[in-house]
Write a protein that binds this ligand. Structure first.
Ligand code: ADP
Ligand code: MG
Length: 472
């Protein structure tokens, strides 16, 4: 436990849990767990949540969000009342399991608090039996909880606290409708806590519909800038696009966002990258919605190495896990530069930001350096190893299944089909995205062909489906 303890413990300004209105029994559990001081997100959110407020909280992974909401929901709980009083929605079974464990540890402050996990992928019957025996706290995935509500095995009349953990990820996975359904079945008189690493439009929509005057708690990540390793390369205009390929082959990032100043430059770069066998896609205003979805889905699920875009096309894109940003052209606006490179190095990952500059760009680079308050770090293209002939291939391939929200397909149905009858492992399946008409699932490259075959031969949600790989 001690190696995981957040750094705040040695910080003299750290705040102790004892400042909070927590019971002595709870404080003693925290002592036992060696949680001596609050992490920053706990210090920022607990005074609000313990006062009964709804919150929307943003903080990076590993910052102690679970205890932040667990302490709030446990404080609202009456252990002697044998009914579901709190529920936590999580995107996946793995996350639900982690949350269940942490909530169970903290729930030891009282006797016999029952925490039950309800996730897809397990059979319904044992879950229904456990529910009949009663539980105080439910942790689960939206689809499965919806199933229980539909068949009447889960009663939420006594619910007083609802938590949406990793809300942005749940939306990414296509759970918007399921979450809305569940929220509509919760008593209106309740406290709602939402945790989300990012703040896309869907989150704001959920908050407007289902929360009461939510307070925002956002923790600035002070080290963000340091995690971005920024390098500038000087080349001649004629070498610019080739240099992008050289950088990619040398650093081999899984996901790169390449910014160009014009649409024409995007098209030219795409040609160059494709001639190097690099899987690149571009976003522009001419794409239909469905094509745009497919580009973004393939990029986000790691089956496309490079997304090429102008600043306008990339506006509002929210993509986690970017290993690199390349400024193919230097932007005349230093603020845009900072915004561009801020897209890499998120969460706990380090990120690269490369800028390709010609002598004509030097004035722009000076403006950027002034704005950032640091000298640009120049590197030579010649230092980059181009001898690496191994192709840069994305780890995943996207399969498209015809049939989506309209057919009531959920991510769990596809995961179930692949890991059940088709015989693949969970680890071979990546992100699953359900759109209105289609479902997209990323699978590791080596099983792509076989997965298309077995999915086509088998059934998804009891029906035969048409499947194709987006790479054919
Ligand atoms: P998050 O959900 O923000 O990614 P977690 O809730 O999983 O983070 O917490 C990360 C780790 O920090 C866990 O191992 C947890 O036990 C530990 N932890 C949480 N709060 C504290 C604290 N106040 N002091 C020490 N360790 C803590
Ligand atoms: Mg968490």
């Amino acid at each position: 436990m001690s190696e995981k303890t957040p750094a705040v413990v040695n910080n003299p300004a750290a705040r102790s849990f004892s400042e909070l209105p927590l019971s002595p029994a709870m404080l003693s559990i925290l002592q036992q767990l060696e949680y001596h001081n609050m992490t920053p997100i706990q210090a920022a959110s607990l005074p609000l949540t313990l006062a009964g407020k709804d919150i929307i909280a943003q903080a990076k992974t590993g910052s102690g969000k679970t205890a932040a909401f667990a302490l709030a929901l446990l404080t609202n709980l009456n252990p002697r009342r044998f009914a579901v009083q709190a529920m936590v929605l999580c995107p996946t079974r793995e996350l639900a399991d982690q949350v269940t464990q942490e909530v169970r540890r903290l729930a030891r402050f009282a006797d016999n608090i029952k925490v039950l996990s309800l996730c897809g992928g397990s059979t319904m019957r044992p879950q229904c039996e456990s529910l009949e025996h009663g539980a105080h706290i439910i942790v689960g995935t939206p689809g499965r909880i919806m199933d229980h509500l539909e068949r009447g095995s889960l009663n939420l009349e006594a619910l007083n606290t609802l938590v949406l953990d990793e809300a942005d990820r749940m939306l990414d996975m296509g759970f918007y409708d399921d979450i809305s359904f569940v929220l509509k079945h919760c008593p209106a008189q309740r406290q709602t806590l939402m945790f989300s690493a990012t703040y896309p439009e869907g989150i704001a929509g959920l908050a407007r519909k289902f929360m009461r005057d939510p307070q925002q708690v956002t923790l600035q990540e002070k080290h963000e800038a340091n995690k971005i390793r920024q390098r500038f390369y000087e080349v001649s205009e004629g070498e610019r696009l080739q240099t992008v390929a050289t950088l990619l082959k040398h650093f081999r990032p899984v996901s790169t966002l390449a910014f160009c100043n014009t649409k024409q430059q995007c098209r030219d770069l795409l040609d160059v990258l494709q001639s190097h066998g690099i899987k690149a896609l571009t976003l522009n205003g001419d794409l239909e919605q469905r094509e745009r979805d497919q580009v973004l889905i393939q990029f986000a699920n790691r089956s496309c190495s490079v997304l090429v875009a102008t600043d306008v096309a990339a506006r509002g894109l929210d993509i986690a896990q970017l290993e690199a940003v390349i400024n193919v052209d230097v932007t005349p606006d230093p603020e845009i530069h900072v915004h561009r490179i801020g897209r890499t190095g998120r969460a706990d990952e380090d990120g690269w930001a490369f800028s390709i500059c010609t002598p004509a760009d030097m004035y722009r680079v000076d403006c950027i350096a002034k704005m950032m308050g640091s000298e640009p770090e120049w590197h030579l293209v010649d230092e980059l190893k181009t001898t690496n002939d191994e192709r840069l291939v994305p780890p995943m391939v996207t399969l498209q299944i015809l049939g989506g929200r309209k057919e009531k397909i959920r991510p769990g149905d596809v995961l179930g089909a692949l890991t059940g009858e088709a015989g693949f492992t969970r680890e071979q399946v990546g992100k699953i995205t359900v759109t209105d008409m289609s479902t997209y699932v990323a699978v590791v490259r080596s099983i792509a062909r076989e997965a298309v075959k077995r999915l086509s031969a088998g059934k998804v949600k009891g029906k035969t489906v048409k499947v194709r790989s987006l790479e054919d």
